[in-house]
Design a binder for this molecule. Structure first.
Ligand SMILES: Cc1ncc(COP(=O)(O)O)c(C=O)c1O
Length: 367
């Protein structure tokens, strides 16, 4: 069966089974459990929840391996760090990856006695891997959309006994499957394109390593980093449309990036689908399509703000991957090596010609 068909049905009740296609969210902190707790499948809401179980099953279809769901992307990232790193270990992180993960490493991990080394995403193969316990990649990276070769890096890492984790948030498991490329762990914020409706926060980790999967489940239970049943149910409801949403969003993003790249008044356009992107060939090999984000540089903060103010459709907001187009001046948050005029544009499900026209008219008005 085609992957898109499998995704539409993933985690839903089987065809012949009576009842709703997807059972409603199960809200229960506790269950009736007389006697020995071991005699009961369900005992307490921090340990397990049937709404998570079918969601994890569905994500397993996308990732190609067992999944542990978390309350947010950051909860999932912290769990990966927590179960893989000990005092004296070294973690190598993509330097242009999501700033909050770098900040988490620089604060919490360093305080625990873990050495944090930053390596450029694009040239991560040049990173000195000796002594590294965990190599944390992010591809395409947020916000500069750099791409690294997961298969080549995972091979090199495996030969040196280094664990590889990939933050797959910008691509989603629909566009890129890092476990198949050799990564040991995949982490994603499902707050973004995977769920796509800008109404919830969730995250997950996938791994085929049973001991790591068990450690991640134990971490979730002990730290209480559990997803809410309502969020999980909403997320699951959004999953069957993922292929449709991403099909439209990626095609429009490609069209927008091409239009922007042809303009002399846009200093730099970052999109892995552009033939001139430095890692375009790698992206073609490891991604089904090139994602929903297009980043570009308008030179100055003033011009970027004028552009954002002139947009008629795309909303000025943070986050990305949703059905509504969103744009922001990324430097307003700090933490990234980008200019004050750097725009991160998340392409939604609106008509492609409307999005391109909106950006073009806003550029004209911004001067
Ligand atoms: C690449 C990346 N990883 C992780 C996260 C964290 O996810 P969450 O906000 O769901 O905690 C984000 C959020 O923007 C992100 O962009």
């Amino acid at each position: 069966m085609h992957r898109d068909t499998l995704i539409v049905h993933a985690g839903y009740r089987a065809r012949g089974e009576p009842g709703p296609f997807l059972a409603g969210p199960q809200f229960s902190s506790t269950y009736t459990t007389p006697g020995d707790p071991a005699d009961h499948a369900l005992t307490y809401g921090r340990f397990h929840n049937p709404t998570w179980t079918v969601w994890e099953e569905a994500l397993g279809v996308l990732e190609g391996g067992p999944v542990v769901a978390f309350a947010s992307g950051m909860a999932a990232a912290a769990a990966v760090f927590g179960v893989t790193l000990r005092r004296g270990d070294v973690v190598a992180l993509a330097a242009d990856g999501y700033y909050a993960i770098r900040r988490l490493a620089a604060t919490w991990l360093e305080a625990l006695g873990v050495e944090v080394r930053l390596v450029p995403t694009r040239d991560a193969h040049l990173a000195p891997l000796d002594g590294v316990r965990l190599l944390w990649l992010e591809t395409p990276s947020n916000p500069q959309l750099d791409v690294c070769d997961v298969r080549a890096l995972a091979e090199e890492a495996r030969a040196r006994g280094v664990l590889v984790a990939v933050d797959n948030t910008t691509a989603t498991a629909y566009l890129q499957q890092p476990l198949d490329l050799g990564a040991t762990l995949v982490m994603a914020s499902d707050t973004k394109a995977l769920t796509g409706h800008s109404d919830l926060l969730l995250g997950h980790v996938a791994t085929r390593d049973e001991a790591l999967a068990a450690a991640l489940r134990a971490w979730r239970t002990h730290h209480g980093a559990i997803p809410g049943p309502m969020e999980v149910w909403l997320a699951h409801r959004a999953l069957p449309t993922l292929p449709l949403r991403l099909g439209r969003q990626c095609a429009t993003a490609e069209r927008l990036a091409t239009a922007l790249a042809a303009r002399p008044d846009v200093a730099a356009v970052h999109y892995p689908g552009l033939p001139e992107h430095p890692a375009h060939e790698i992206a073609r090999r490891q991604m089904r399509a090139f994602g929903t984000l297009v980043s570009f540089d308008l030179g100055t903060r003033a011009r970027a703000e004028a552009f954002l103010g002139a947009l008629a459709i795309a909303r000025e907001a943070t986050s990305f991957g949703g059905v509504h187009s969103i744009a922001e001046r990324r430097a307003r948050w700090g933490g990234d090596a980008i200019s004050g005029g750097f725009i991160r544009f998340s392409v939604g499900c609106e008509a492609p010609e409307d999005i391109v026209a909106d950006v073009e008219q806003a550029l004209a008005r911004a001067g």
